[in-house]
Design a protein around this ligand. Structure first.
Ligand SMILES: CCCCCCC/C=C/C(=O)SCCNC(=O)CCNC(=O)[C@H](O)C(C)(C)COP(=O)(O)OP(=O)(O)OC[C@H]1O[C@@H](n2cnc3c(N)ncnc32)[C@H](O)[C@@H]1OP(=O)(O)O
Length: 424
């Protein structure tokens, strides 16, 4: 019998558990208190009922068990932990899990970028710990990044890949580094979008440019969908936000580079996105998906610029696309060089299936090749010259080398990587 245990029924946990049940897998869904369990139960039941109605079948609710008790874990074959993105909390949960699980139960962690090796070290079975990074909304998005730690066994990785396949996900095995592949690149895309707000754009303008380019959703709508608190936790854990931060006029220079405190300031106001009904946009109620412009945000942005003496300038859609797409691809080249992704096609698959990258543009690496690597290099040099305090705009070594070697076609990039690190 294959029973999966899903721990944590927030935005991601619900979507993951629904995907499992839809694939015919029995799920024990667990939460820490009655209220959260009940909220999760209602949301998941509604998701399964909607799906069943569309398909003209009955919802497989019999596969779902809801509980507050860890005792039901003795027989599960696989655990997918989806608690908050907090290293200490996850470690604590893993310690508790190991007290009750069978010796051979696989432990998967749904994390958007935490160190899988560090998490594994909190268990009694490091070889059976694998990252399973789902994408929001998890019951819809096709991508699954399967993250292998330095001690994950090949059997554990292939089991996680097989489970992903059963969920009809597109699985990509990736190495362990902060943010893995998708979110490590997303960070730079997100940073550029936020800098554009500082410089004079609005969330609507940036999102409109990205959606016209072909993204399913603009980056600010995606951030609201995923939850602004996720990145906030990551920044706190990485030391970017500490107790010494001036709350009245937070620094725009941290850890030796430009920093934009706007997302932190939104989180301080309790604006976590769709889940709280307010984020970069306004929603009719918590959980609603229809994003509306919020005049308060426009005022908030203008007050912020005034406070820092920034004069808003007009920003073209071309600049939005170039800064976002080329900074993404630039990080992709670094990821390739480090062997975190096995090939540029894997990166493209991640962006197509996990982030709503426009299909007709083929993914960020394919797009960079299409635009021309020398053009991408020249644009990055130009933007880096304008923003020398943003190291991520500095063209990567691999991009420079590829251009110097005559911009070979994408299929040949791998052979230009010195000391290829990937073991895949
Ligand atoms: C170091 C930095 C750390 C940063 C951490 C950031 C953490 C990020 C985690 C992530 O997960 S990143 C991935 C983000 N996701 C995306 O980029 C998704 C892009 N969007 C899309 O691909 C599409 O818009 C969509 C969500 C698939 C919807 O497409 P479409 O509109 O065609 O689908 P529908 O048929 O209308 O709906 C299907 C299904 O999806 C639900 N849904 C639709 N829109 C939303 C939304 N805005 N928010 C939440 N859910 C949405 C909708 O309710 C349907 O659900 P069901 O009825 O099937 O239950």
């Amino acid at each position: 019998m294959f029973i999966c245990f899903s721990l944590g029924l927030g935005t991601m946990g619900r979507g993951i558990a629904v995907s499992l049940v839809k694939a015919g897998i029995s799920v024990v869904a667990i939460e820490t208190d009655e209220k959260q369990l009940e909220t999760g139960r209602k949301a998941m039941t509604a998701m399964l009922q909607r799906d069943a109605q569309r398909r003209g079948v009955s919802p497989p609710l019999h596969l779902l068990t809801f509980t507050l008790s860890f005792h039901q874990l003795r027989d599960v074959d696989l655990v997918i932990e989806a608690v908050f993105e907090d290293m200490n909390l996850k470690k604590h949960v893993f310690g508790d899990l190991c007290k009750v699980l069978k010796q051979d139960t696989l432990i998967c962690t749904n994390t958007s970028g935490l160190n899988v090796d560090e998490l594994a070290a909190a268990t009694d079975r490091q070889h059976l710990v694998v990252g399973m990074h789902f994408f929001a909304p998890a019951h819809v998005m096709k991508l699954l990044e399967v993250v292998y730690g330095s001690r994950s066994s090949p059997e554990a990785v292939s089991m996680a890949m097989a489970v992903g396949k059963r969920l009809e996900k597109v699985c990509v095995a990736v190495g362990n580094c902060p943010g893995f592949v998708g979110n490590r690149m997303l960070k730079h895309y997100l940073d550029q979008s936020i800098y554009l707000l500082e410089e004079g754009a609005t969330p609507e303008q940036v999102d409109q440019a990205l959606e016209e380019f072909g993204f399913a959703l603009g980056i600010f709508k995606v951030s609201d969908l995923s939850g602004l608190d996720v990145g906030w936790r990551v920044r706190k854990a990485s030391g970017l936000i500490g107790p010494d931060v001036n709350l009245v006029k937070p620094s725009r220079w941290r850890l030796g580079r430009r920093y934009c405190p706007l997302p932190d300031m939104l989180c301080q106001q309790g604006r976590f996105g769709q889940k709280t009904g307010r984020g970069w946009y306004l929603y009719d109620s918590p959980g609603s998906q229809q994003a509306k412009s919020d005049p308060e945000i426009l005022k908030f942005l203008q007050d912020y610029r005034n406070k820092y003496g920034i004069t808003a300038r007009r920003i073209s859609s071309q600049e939005v696309i170039e800064r976002c797409a080329f900074s993404l691809a630039n990080e992709g080249f670094r990821i390739l060089e480090e062997g975190i992704a096995a090939c540029p096609e894997d990166i493209d698959v991640i962006y197509l299936f996990g982030y709503g990258w426009p299909r007709h543009r083929g993914g960020p690496m394919f797009y960079a090749a299409q635009v021309g690597l020398s053009v991408v290099l020249e644009k990055l040099e130009h933007y880096h010259c304008d923003h020398p305090d943003v190291p991520s705009l500095e063209p990567s070594r691999l991009l420079r080398r590829l251009v110097a070697e005559g911009s070979p076609p994408i299929q040949q990039w791998k052979s230009h990587i010195k000391n290829l690190q990937s073991h895949l």
